[in-house]
Design a protein around this ligand. Structure first.
Ligand code: GLA
Length: 365
């Protein structure tokens, strides 16, 4: 019997920078997806989604795309592993998890990596977290059909307990960054979701590509704010603002790393606030309720800063809060947000955890 699991994530800063070859600073959180499984002698995978009581059975030598849902992640991960040249063995298992779905906390990456770990164990594959993150991203891009960047899979696979991870999304090099002492990251789920997230996401991606193309560079990572300003009158204003977000956000990530290395929670908080304003005004991926949530959070005693986190258009905000104020912060945010919007938010106090892991009969690895 094996148990595999992989965490969701909260992105502290660096939004929509990953697909621009830029920098991100997420941490893996103490909410995860688990798969319990045992090997089979044949080439079949039989898996049950415990929360939905739905079952999928596939033949690893002959399977095709289905009609969406969690099943596509199972077949997608199997497909991408096979595409990478791996020979897979069959297994039978169940999965469940507590990463809120559709909230911008990467429940899909958590599922993909937990599944990849399961396949790797029964098939005796070498586990290289970065390579596995790339394989899972391919499953999501090419099989599930969502054009996401590499951040979510990388942090789910490579997360480190007690640290945030600076990821250079061009080289895929990572660096552990210490979290500020006596503070906590509090995740604020606004209880709003947006259905058309994919099309808005893809639109932002092509806008970024258009600006990179204008400069004849590979990605916006290669453009500076000065260069952008030089073409202010020429470039379409919407494209200009999109690029301004990405370029300034990359710098904020690097500044955030400096702040964290100095243990400066106040400086990090200010950068988070600036990041939110940039997402709201330049990248236009926020929405009224998220802005309200962020403003409420920022106004609380003990809050260093707050911003929307994840893909956008709803979902979660993240706030950096002094440890001894967290309980008070939660109560007040809950009440004030409900009074303003009529919605009931969910609040998760998160701590940084390790990435994809497994256990065999009581042993951890
Ligand atoms: C989603 C994508 C990520 C990243 C974020 C925005 O979570 O899956 O790759 O682009 O949006 O930062």
């Amino acid at each position: 019997m094996f148990l595999t699991w992989s965490p969701g994530r909260v992105n502290i800063i660096g939004e929509h920078t990953d697909y621009n070859d830029g920098f991100v600073l997420p941490m893996a959180i103490n909410y995860a997806t688990w798969v319990a499984l045992q090997p089979r002698q044949d080439n079949r995978v039989i898996i049950t989604a415990l929360d939905k009581n739905e079952k999928l059975e596939i033949d690893l030598d002959n399977f095709s795309k289905g009609e969406g849902g969690w099943q596509e992640y199972v077949t997608g991960v199997a497909w991408a592993l096979q595409e990478a040249g791996h020979t897979l063995a069959g297994w039978e298992g169940v999965f469940s998890g507590d990463v809120p779905i559709g909230a911008g906390l990467s429940s899909s990456a958590a599922l993909e990596l937990a599944l990849a770990r399961a396949f790797a164990l029964v098939s005796d594959l070498k586990w290289d977290p970065t390579q596995m993150a790339l394989i899972c991203q391919k499953a999501e891009n090419r099989w599930v059909g969502i054009n996401s960047g590499i951040m979510d899979q990388m942090i789910s696979a490579c997360g480190k307990k007690k640290f945030a991870l600076l990821i250079d999304c061009r080289s895929l090099k990572t660096k552990q960054v210490p979290l500020p002492k006596k503070t906590q990251f509090v995740i604020l789920d606004t209880a709003t979701r947006r259905g058309l997230l994919d099309s808005a996401y893809n639109e932002r991606r092509s806008q970024c590509e258009a600006v990179a193309c204008h400069f004849d560079v590979k990605a916006l990572r290669d453009v500076t704010l000065d260069q952008l300003q030089e073409i202010a009158g020429i470039l379409d204003m919407v494209l200009y603002r999109r690029a301004q977000h990405v370029i300034s956000e990359n710098q904020r990530v690097l500044d955030a790393v400096k702040a964290l290395n100095q243990g400066n929670a106040a400086a990090l908080g200010l950068l988070m606030n600036e990041s939110h304003a940039s997402m709201r005004d330049d990248y236009e991926i926020s929405r009224k309720e998220v802005d309200q949530m962020v403003a409420i959070a920022q106004a609380q005693p003990g809050c260093y800063g707050a911003r929307m986190t994840g893909g956008g258009f709803g979902g979660c905000a993240v706030a950096l809060v002094a440890e001894d104020q967290v309980e008070n912060f939660k109560d007040r945010v809950m009440q004030e947000y409900h009074a303003k919007t009529g919605l009931n938010p969910k609040i998760y106090v998160s701590s940084a955890t390790d990435g994809t892991s497994y256990e065999i009969l009581g042993k951890t690895g």
